[in-house]
Design a protein around this ligand. Structure first.
Ligand SMILES: Nc1nc2c(c(=O)[nH]1)N[C@H]1C(S)=C(S)[C@@H](COP(=O)(O)OP(=O)(O)OC[C@H]3O[C@@H](n4cnc5c(=O)[nH]c(N)nc54)[C@H](O)[C@@H]3O)O[C@H]1N2
Ligand SMILES: Nc1nc2c(c(=O)[nH]1)N[C@H]1C(S)=C(S)[C@@H](COP(=O)(O)OP(=O)(O)OC[C@H]3O[C@@H](n4cnc5c(=O)[nH]c(N)nc54)[C@H](O)[C@@H]3O)O[C@H]1N2
Ligand code: SF4
Ligand SMILES: [Mo]
Length: 811
């Protein structure tokens, strides 16, 4: 995000975004900010925005008489690239509105009407905490700890009161809870990376975005940093600066002409959602038939490209090369009728054949193509195969582990380590995929390894085993995923309404969300601006690493309490206070964390100094990472964690799963990465008749998931509307601003339509995260999850939330 637009945007929102006090520092390290401008009687505290966008931007919070008066962003540097401020985006700058929102939870409450009716009554903290402890203990006594589920969301990316720490520590202290694997962001790509590169993390450790300095071609596929990594330490800022400086050629492949593209791209290739793997196969076809693949690299570093590196007993016809060419023997290289030609890809993807041929040529001649696959590709019905097929691009050309290249993983940035509060160990080993939690509420007992991807259970001679337990209680912290952010809201509501299934639901949040309405007990937590924390940006943000020492700007509002105190009180009532607190106060833990951060980051000033200074910042403190460089340099010493130690194009482990797993009709697990047509996909003839439009989701700059949706400023700045091509709109007699119904068999939502050539014909798109608001069965809040499906993906059992078909008509 460019500085000027930041200022414009904040001005539009009435923020006092002055550049006052902007004095430059001679070095790019450890900048000490000038004394902030404080008016008579006002105090200033450093705080941060801690939603899950990857940035955790610092903000200055001004207050007077215990009331927040304004929020400002960081303005302390020369602002030259590399020594630039980590400025908050439009959302962080509206934080005051979040603290004082009318939806703010004020007191503990208990449900008084039917579950989901939204009827609650104020109760005392003692009554609320006693009830929580009694209900959890009762359920543990009756069904065991494995019937508890911790629905952790991503609402607070801190290391003390944070998504991976405090609630799980409480759960572990009381004997554990049913474990889960996967996350909404990356479930399918973590699996794809595991089979290709050996560990899930490699999928999250693409090269540092600043490697584009050394690249001559950036290809962003389903990747839109200008909206999803927006801050001063966000990837889009690095991208824009380096692109401008080096005139870096950029190709964007996305059904939408995105903010990353607008006016900056060299080429935009609109593609039908869910069909990227077909495009990748056509590129492979071009490279193989024109002898552009790096055969030496494929022979030395990979398994399964051709007959030379296939596992023993596997014939050439099962190699990647044979799959692409559709030929049966090594010697006959004439492509068969099922060869993965550009003409075939054109009919699937909607990208013209000659454009695909030209794209193949351009990537092949680039010295260092930086090919970034966005996680949008993984949030699809065949997400695992989309990602594995995409990893093939860098692999086939041998453009991996070299300056200017990446491995298709999520781009990293700069990063300071903060030792988190330990969550401890979960005594329960049984795991389900996070996305199948409602199945576990309905009939967890019968969920199995081979059918549902259950892990950590005892196996029979066939390698199968049952979960043997249902979820009976759900605790929610930092999360709106129980209802709003999960697929198929109507179905979710029906299942959760039934108190005989899930018997107890606890919600700890700041706001009365759609998920909170389904709680039995609601507890109000403090907000970030009332908390003290030491936080960093997490490492999918940009090149500038930051640490922020937050301090409480105001006293906790109403009766809200910090999660540490809430957890301690619950632990006390359940007889495990010592296990949870280890006898330490909140302040002692925070002090300890600070000492740990200092040990990990020599040069970090003392805490007292940081309380004044707020930010500790450095551009690329650990240099600019190149994905898989170690492996490239020395593949023997730095073997990958795959069974072969190499990049596995052909995976024997997947071949085994393909034979043994019980899949739903149409689902595919394959040893090789393959384009697989899916339910509700472009080529799903069954639903295409009834629902002619594809609908994909995206992460909009108007909010982060459901966070910030309730800020009227942001609703004015970013229109919530379903994007539609003028040709599709004309056929339906619609114009921009018309209120429409978007529907399929799962539900109906109401939003405005935005008619724009920025989206391809036959495809529509809606920003995810709007708060559902049902009236007469129609979601007038416009939440895309009213029409998404709970059907899990084949391998990771993850969320296919970008795969949808709908019809749209005037409301
Ligand atoms: N402002 C904002 N920023 C965020 C978030 C947010 O909610 N709001 N969420 C954060 C989180 S937790 C995450 S996981 C990341 C998500 O990051 P991503 O998953 O990368 O983000 P998306 O917006 O879902 O998708 C990126 C782009 O892919 C396009 N797309 C959709 N389907 C397809 C497809 O099939 N093929 C291709 N080629 N393109 C497709 C979309 O139009 C969009 O422009 O963003 C993070 N940043
Ligand atoms: N259709 C569709 N659905 C999606 C996606 C998609 O692309 N399409 N994206 C998915 C992805 S990638 C993700 S990561 C998930 C995100 O889904 P969630 O992790 O549920 O994220 P949010 O919706 O931001 O909800 C965070 C909640 O945390 C609360 N919170 C914030 N700070 C605090 C605090 O200090 N204390 C407490 N107790 N609570 C706090 C907020 O008020 C909010 O209710 O959504 C997923 N859902
Ligand atoms: S939403 Fe992200 S980019 Fe915006 S202020 Fe918050 S942390 Fe920064
Ligand atoms: Mo995410």
């Amino acid at each position: 995000m460019e500085r000027r637009s930041f200022l414009k945007m904040s001005a539009a929102m009435g923020c006092a975004a002055t550049v006052a006090g902007c004095n430059s520092s001679s070095s790019d390290v450890d900048v000490v900010p000038p004394t902030p401008p404080v008016t008579e009687g006002e105090t200033m505290n450093w705080s941060a925005c801690m939603v899950n966008c990857g940035s955790n931007c610092p903000v200055k919070v001004f207050s007077k008489d215990g009331v927040i008066t304004r929020i400002e962003s960081e303005f302390t540097t020369s602002d030259e690239y590399g020594n630039h401020d980590v400025r908050a985006c439009l959302r962080g700058r509206s934080l005051r509105k979040r603290v004082y929102a009318p939806e703010r939870l004020k007191y503990p409450m208990k449900r008084v009407g039917p579950r989901g009716s939204g009827q609650f009554e104020r109760i005392s903290w003692d009554e609320a905490l006693d009830t929580v402890a009694e209900r959890l203990q009762g359920i543990i006594d009756r069904y065991g700890n494995e019937s508890l589920f911790n629905m952790t969301g991503t609402g607070s990316f801190a290391y003390f009161k944070g998504v991976f720490t405090m609630p799980q520590r409480l759960m572990n202290s009381i004997g554990g809870c049913l474990d889960k694997y996967g996350v909404y962001s990356y479930a399918q790509l973590l699996e794809a990376a595991t089979y290709t590169f050996g560990t899930p993390y490699v999928g999250l450790q693409g090269s540092c975005i600043t490697q584009i300095e050394n690249s001559d071609l950036a290809v962003f596929i389903g990747y839109n940093p200008s909206e999803i990594r927006m801050s001063g330490s966000g990837i889009s800022y690095d991208f824009l600066n380096i692109k401008q400086k080096n005139n870096l050629r950029t190709i964007i492949i996305d059904p939408r002409y995105t903010d990353t593209a607008v006016g900056k791209e060299d080429q935009w290739l609109p593609i039908r959602p869910g069909t990227d793997a077909a495009l990748f196969e056509a590129l492979a076809y071009e490279w193989i038939t024109q002898d552009k693949v790096d055969q030496t690299f494929l022979d030395k570093y990979c398994v399964g490209y051709d007959e030379k590196t296939l596992p023993e007993g596997v014939g050439y016809e099962e190699s990647y090369k044979s799959y692409i060419l559709d030929n049966a023997t090594v010697d006959d290289l004439t492509p068969g009728v099922n060869a993965k030609t550009p003409a075939r890809a054109a009919s699937i993807t909607g990208i013209p054949e000659h454009t695909i041929i030209e794209l193949a040529r351009e990537i092949a001649v680039a010295k260092a193509p930086f090919i970034h696959l966005g996680s949008a590709l993984n949030r699809q019905a065949a997400g695992e195969n989309n990602m594995r097929a995409g990893y093939m691009l860098s692999i086939l050309l041998g453009k991996i582990g070299l300056p200017g290249t990446t491995n298709g993983g999520q781009s990293k940035g700069g990063f300071f380590y903060v030792p988190p509060l330990s969550a401890g160990t979960n005594p329960v080993t049984k795991q389900i995929s996070f996305f199948t939690y409602l199945q576990a509420v309905e009939d967890g007992k019968n969920m199995s390894v081979l059918k549902d991807g259950v892990r950590g259970v005892e196996l029979d001679e066939n390698g199968d085993g049952k979960l043997g337990t249902d979820i009976k209680a759900i605790v929610n912290w930092f999360s709106n995923s129980m209802v709003n952010q999960h697929s198929d809201v109507n179905k979710t509501r029906e299942i959760l309404k039934d108190e005989s299934k899930c018997e107890f639901i606890l919600m700890v949040d700041n706001l009365m969300t759609e998920s909170a309405k389904f709680a039995d007990i609601i507890l109000p937590d403090t907000t970030w601006l009332e908390d003290e924390e030491l936080v960093n940006q997490n490492n999918v943000a940009g090149g500038t690493a930051t640490l922020i020492q937050m301090s409480s700007a105001i006293e906790p509002l109403f009766e809200s309490r910090h999660s540490y105190d809430i957890c301690t009180e619950i632990a006390k009532r359940m007889g495990v206070e010592q296990a949870f607190t280890e006898g330490k106060t909140k302040q002692q833990w925070l002090n300890e964390m600070y000492v740990g951060a200092q040990a990990a980051n020599p040069g970090l000033p003392d805490r007292e100094v940081m309380l004044e200074q707020g930010i500790y910042r450095k551009y690329l403190p650990h240099g600019s990472y190149i994905a898989l460089k170690g492996f490239r340099d020395d593949p023997e010493t730095n073997r990958l964690y795959t069974p072969s130690g190499k990049l596995e194009i052909y995976s024997s482990r997947l071949a085994h799963k393909a034979r043994t797993w019980e899949l739903r009709e149409g689902d595919v697990i394959s040893a090789l990465p393959k384009y697989t047509p899916t339910w509700d996909g472009f080529d799903d003839g069954e639903t295409r008749e009834k629902y002619p439009l594809q609908l994909t989701g995206y992460h909009t700059k108007g909010r982060v998931h459901s966070s910030y949706h309730n800020i009227p400023w942001l609703r004015e700045v970013v229109q919530d509307a379903v994007w539609m091509n003028p040709i599709d709109a004309q056929a339906r007699n619609l114009k921009t601003g018309d209120l429409v119904h978007v529907f399929n068999d799962r539900g109906t939502l109401e939003v405005e339509v935005k008619v724009t050539p920025r989206i391809m014909i036959g495809v529509t798109a809606l920003g995810q995260g709007a708060w559902s608001r049902f009236e007469d069965g129609i979601d007038k809040g416009g939440n895309i999850n009213t029409i998404t499906s709970q059907r899990p993906t084949p391998l990771s059992k993850g969320n296919p939330q970008h795969t949808n078909r709908v019809e749209i008509r005037r409301a």
